[in-house]
Design a binder for this molecule. Structure first.
Ligand code: GCO
Ligand code: MN
Ligand code: MN
Length: 388
């Protein structure tokens, strides 16, 4: 593993929109000429990626004719066959075109809501044709700047009804999609609906087919909200809902930066990778990031390689954490359990409650017990800084 070379079993994927990001921002225009989707697939193959994901319009321009669509699809499929790159996930662009200026499934305009559904089912057809098994929903424009004109309650109902529609469509067509909802607190809207992974998990339970719908948490998005991303991922995993993940990096409290994975919060990302590896996460590891605006093509390749390399370095560090005798001894001390409390745990019974009420706890002694988290954390720092 010491060469940190990406392999297909790592399931590293990138979106067409990631390595091909032209570097446009609110203050400046594109600095790079976009590659074609075929060129992008070849670049991903060159750097050692396994998969490529796309929004409908990353591949097929929004105004393309049917004939043009077929021609592009044929060329793209050839690039996939030539390189061995697979398409694990597809999604719809419901944010770029002016029609979505007030949202897609939650627009106040019923024509826009219907058009968003049409665009999505057409895009689901494209994804299925290319073998995608996960379909992501990121509600880029589903939100408000002012709550004066849109009902948050209606928006939730409209979004729910749309997702129920797509689940039925997938069943009807035999596509076998698993849907993954991606939360983001803000940007591009002032406030986006369902702003966190936890909010999405609550919403999923209200759908007609909750078993078909999970989440696609993104490092940057929980971090923008000042939250602990790994905790959100753990909750999603516990719920059996971690269908996909967007890996990148983000400075807390800033605009959506989409930095190279592991370029900023090394320690947090270590705990994230350790979590994913410890539980045996086996869905795609998707890098939803882009190179710095100052990068040229060679530097974009370095960016893509860097995302995968850092993941693999952190994976190796996680294995070393698990094998480190001193770290494990501290963990054993922290989690020491002589089983004396076992009778009070587990499922409720009246006898258990009675016994628990009667038990005498030595609260002052319990309150005196410290935990060696400083020692443990310094060992983590030593490990991450390469001196251990
Ligand atoms: C963002 C989002 C998007 C989505 C993508 C796939 O902040 O722009 O992360 O990149 O992940 O649209 O649905
Ligand atoms: Mn994002
Ligand atoms: Mn994303």
């Amino acid at each position: 593993m010491a060469d940190y070379q990406p392999k297909p079993e790592h399931k590293f994927s990138f979106g067409l929109w990631t390595v091909n990001n032209p570097g446009r921002d609110p203050f400046g225009d594109a600095v790079r000429t976009p590659m074609s989707p075929v060129e992008t697939v070849h670049l991903l193959a060159e750097v050692g990626a396994w998969g490529v994901n796309f929004h409908d319009n990353d591949l097929i321009p929004i105004d393309a004719t049917h004939a043009q669509e077929r021609q592009i699809m044929a060329g793209f499929q050839k690039a996939l066959a030539d390189t061995g790159i697979v398409v694990p996930m597809a999604t719809t662009n419901l944010f770029f075109d002016p029609v979505f200026r007030d949202g897609a499934f939650t627009s106040n305009d019923p024509k826009v809501r219907a058009y968003a559904r049409q665009k999505t089912i057409r895009s689901m057809d494209l994804g299925a044709e290319l073998g995608a098994k996960v379909y992501v929903f990121w509600g880029g424009r589903e939100g408000t700047e002012t709550d004066s004109g849109k009902s948050a309650l209606d928006a939730g109902k409209w979004f729910r009804e749309a997702l129920n529609f797509f689940c039925e469509y997938s069943i009807d067509q035999g596509y076998g999609y698993k849907f993954a909802l991606e939360a983001k607190p803000n940007e591009p809207r002032g406030d986006l609906y369902l702003p966190t992974t936890g909010a999405m998990l609550g919403f999923i339970a209200t759908l007609d087919h909750p078993e078909m719908v999970g989440v696609n948490p993104e490092v940057a998005h929980e971090t923008m909200a000042g939250l602990n991303f790994m905790h959100a991922v753990a909750q999603a995993w516990d719920a059996g809902k971690l269908f996909h993940i967007d890996l990148n990096d983000q400075n807390i409290g800033r605009y959506d930066q989409d930095f190279r994975f592991g370029s900023h919060n090394i320690k947090q990302n270590f705990f994230l990778v350790k979590f994913l590896e410890d539980v045996g996460y086996d869905a795609p590891r998707h890098f939803d990031a882009h190179a710095y605006r100052s990068s040229d093509t060679e530097d974009i390749k370095a960016f893509a390689r860097g995302c995968m390399r850092t993941y693999l370095i952190l994976k190796e560090k996680a294995a070393r954490f698990n094998a480190d005798a001193e770290i494990q001894a501290l963990l054993a001390e922290i989690k020491a359990d002589d089983g004396a409390m076992d009778p009070f745990f587990g499922k409720y019974s009246a006898e258990k409650a009675k016994a628990l009420k009667a038990h005498m706890f030595d609260r002052p002694a319990m309150g005196k017990r410290g935990q060696p988290y400083e020692r443990l954390d310094q060992l983590v720092i030593d490990l991450l800084l390469g001196v251990r």
